[in-house]
Write a protein that binds this ligand. Structure first.
Ligand code: ASP
Length: 331
């Protein structure tokens, strides 16, 4: 097994060319920074470090670049797990830039696995991870949300709305925008689809050495999600998983990933298959069941790694034996 291997992904989805090249450039920079630290940090800290870098970078749907929910808010999910069975996750947390660090705190300090909502925010405050909402909403995410909400408004009222009235409109005139799901489900689906350029762009990482395998994941979830919606990312066995056999991290449509327990299955396939074949087998099986669009990164306990996806693009960086490979896998 190589002394340390790290796989980093920026999310599987329909990346637009320009954002994809930015994502690849960021992955290369992050890979270089973590490579320089490799002698000093263990795989848990390596996973946290690379995910924190992506949470800082607006290119990715995590932390600062997170997709907004129907109310225009950031709600984040994250998880981390080691091959020795230690695990921590947070779900639907607000006002936290680095949910991966909060997940690590859950793993290290609480006798729980998954913490959500107000309790997660409280934990963030205790550990100085709490931040104000305006630091979290990127211009890109806000403008995308604004365009979508404007379109919903114009359709429902038959009138144009000024961008600066949108907050007013949501709070004073149509405070219950969630009604759209009950009264206009097709409109909701259509708008979500139209504005979800990068449908799936959760970030994730795997790191391993001769002693341990670590899987980590962080996401803003699905654009225009119903407030409080939790995806696959903080769910063990769905969005991330690690055992002594290997580790796996998923990105893609969370509901389908959960229904298929994608990472759990892929890791179990490592008993019979190589890392790339195990990822392929788990994803193809799920694809036949539910036409799932997703991507997986995997590593086995011999340090072999694999990538497989059913989305258009999947930018990934790998560092093995000190060498960096950055690739946008596409189909
Ligand atoms: N898996 C994430 C979710 O459903 C989305 C993504 O990968 O972008 O929350």
């Amino acid at each position: 097994m190589p002394s340390q291997i790290i796989l980093i992904h920026g999310g599987a989805g329909k990346w637009k060319k320009e954002r994809l090249s930015r994502a690849k450039e960021s992955l290369l920079n992050i890979a270089n920074s973590v490579k320089n630290k490799m002698g000093e940090i263990d795989p848990i800290d390596a996973v946290e470090f690379v995910i924190r870098c992506m949470e800082e970078d607006e290119t990715f749907n995590a932390g600062r670049g997170a997709a907004l929910n129907l109310f225009g808010e950031v709600e984040l999910d994250a998880g981390i797990m080691t091959s020795s069975g230690r695990v921590g996750a947070v779900a639907a947390v607000k006002n936290v830039l680095h949910p991966i660090s909060l997940a690590k705190i859950v793993m290290n300090e609480l006798d729980h696995v998954l913490v959500s909502g107000k309790g997660a925010e409280q934990l963030a405050k205790l550990h100085n991870l709490y931040t104000s909402p305006d630091k979290l909403v990127s211009d890109y995410a806000y403008n995308r949300w604004l365009r979508a909400i404007r379109e919903i408004h114009n359709y429902l009222s038959g009138k144009e709305i000024q961008d600066d009235s949108i907050r007013y409109y949501l709070t004073e005139i149509f405070p219950n925008i969630t009604n759209i799901i009950k009264d206009y489900p097709e409109l909701y689906e259509e708008i979500k689809k139209r504005y979800s350029h990068n449908i799936s762009d959760t970030v994730g990482a795997l790191a391993s050495n001769e002693n341990i395998i670590v899987a980590g994941v962080s996401t803003g979830g699905i654009f225009l999600k119903f407030p409080g919606r939790i995806g696959d990312s903080p769910i063990i066995g769905a969005g991330f998983y690690a055992t002594r056999k290997g580790g796996c991290v998923a990105t893609g449509h969370g509901e389908e990933i959960m229904k298929n327990l994608l990472c759990y299955k892929a890791v179990n396939y490592l008993e019979k298959y190589s890392a790339v074949e195990a990822a392929k087998k788990a994803l193809e099986e799920a694809y036949h069941r539910t036409r799932i669009k997703a991507g997986l990164i995997m590593v086995d306990n011999s340090g072999n790694w694999g990538v497989y996806h059913t989305t258009d693009y999947f930018p990934v960086a790998v560092i093995v034996s000190g060498k960096i490979i950055v690739k946008d896998y596409w189909r």
